[in-house]
Design a protein around this ligand. Structure first.
Ligand SMILES: Cc1ncc(COP(=O)(O)O)c(C=O)c1O
Length: 364
């Protein structure tokens, strides 16, 4: 692909050098689990996100599972999950023995106040997903959840660095879950994740769960697991963290060019909300009836795109469930993610726009 959807080998030379020297530093120190890089990452994120407790772990899926287990959710419990999200959101619920109850989203893929209709006597929690980097209206959601005595677990895997009314994604609910999968706005050179919480008690429990139930070595208070972050990944994340605001500015700038360049095409629904402060421009998802045709046309012109996601969870075999998921299903049929990342040049964004215009001009 001339313009790949995302090519992480494009990370600039200077940053690559910083990452290489971080690796040499860690190799010389010989610390590969725990240690100062993990502490530095947790304390930096605690400050940036204003989260009293930050518990790093192996990946975002584990963060969700640890959050659920930390809150004591398990067999017999129901958890409300949007129909359109990455599979992990529901997977974690099933892994702790609870049942995901799916609700439709709005046209942009965010849970709406309709989730309340799915609450039953078994419901213990709701998981809002800040899909594509845009935040769910958290004030409204939290007040409804609290009135019903439900826990809120934020799936902020795609929303690192998104703030709503000055408060970071992941810090609104009882627990917030981040993923540092390499493609994310803050991505490692491998797998990593984090739980955020303001509860001391919950933070302690999640930390225990992520480390074999041991507060100190060889003392096991409960049955946990190994979901510790690698020190090397923490070290790389500390390097990437120096760049996160600059990278956000670059993403927003490219998103702006897309918005103005594509605004005249009536057949495309644009993610105009990407402009707002509570969006970290993680993904630029357009919606069009001729999504599959357009994807093939762009690929033929050397432009990579992606689909987030082609199938809603209740339509998948392991999560099969009935219900009205019209908006979510529409998004699965029409959504197309255009290249958007800090390593994308302005001329490349313009070329993507030109090719999309050509597609609609020639096929009308
Ligand atoms: C919405 C959502 N939830 C959860 C996850 C899981 O994160 P990870 O891939 O780090 O396990 C992801 C990341 O892919 C995600 O996009």
């Amino acid at each position: 692909m001339k313009i790949p959807f995302l090519d992480l080998s494009r990370i600039d030379r200077k940053l690559k050098e910083r990452l290489k020297s971080k690796f040499s530093e860690l190799l010389n120190e010989g610390v590969f689990s725990g240690g100062k890089e993990v502490e530095a990452l947790e304390s930096s994120l605690s400050k940036i996100l204003n989260s009293p407790f930050t518990i790093s772990c192996a990946n975002g899926t584990d963060a969700l599972e640890l959050a659920l287990r930390g809150l004591g959710i398990g067999p017999g419990d129901e958890v409300i999950v949007p129909a359109m999200t990455w599979v992990s959101t529901a997977e974690a619920v099933v892994l702790v023995g609870a049942k995901p109850v799916f609700v439709d989203t709005d046209e942009k893929g965010l849970i709406t106040s309709d989730w309340e209709k799915a609450v039953s006597a078994q419901t213990k929690a709701v998981i809002p997903v800040h899909l594509y980097g845009k935040m769910v209206d958290m004030e409204a959601l939290i007040s409804k959840a609290k009135a019903k005595n439900l826990f809120v677990i934020e799936d902020a895997a795609q929303a690192f660095g998104t703030f709503q009314n000055g408060k970071a994604a992941g810090t609104w609910g009882d627990v917030g879950c981040l993923s540092f999968y390499p493609t994310k706005n803050l991505g490692a050179l491998g797998e990593a994740g984090m739980c955020l919480t303001s509860s001391l008690e919950l933070a302690r429990k999640i930390r225990l769960l992520s480390n074999h139930g041991q507060p100190i070595r060889d003392q096991h208070e409960l049955v946990g697991r190994n979901s510790r972050i690698d020190s090397i990944q923490a070290g790389f994340l500390n390097v990437f963290l120096e760049k996160w605001e600059e990278n956000l500015t670059k993403r927003k700038a490219s998103a702006q060019i897309y918005l103005s360049g594509l605004s005249g095409i009536s057949e495309i629904r644009l993610p105009s909300e990407i402009d707002q402060l509570d969006h970290n421009a993680h993904l630029f998802v357009i919606q069009t009836k001729r999504r599959d045709e357009l994807k093939i046309f762009l690929a033929g012109n050397g432009i990579g795109t992606a689909i987030h996601y082609p199938m809603i969870l209740p339509d998948m075999k392991p999560f099969a469930s009935e219900g009205n998921f019209e908006n979510a299903r529409n998004l699965a049929r029409k959504g197309l993610s255009l290249p958007l990342n800090p390593w994308l040049g302005e001329s490349e964004v313009i070329e993507v726009i030109d090719k999309i215009k050509l597609f609609y001009a020639s096929k009308n």
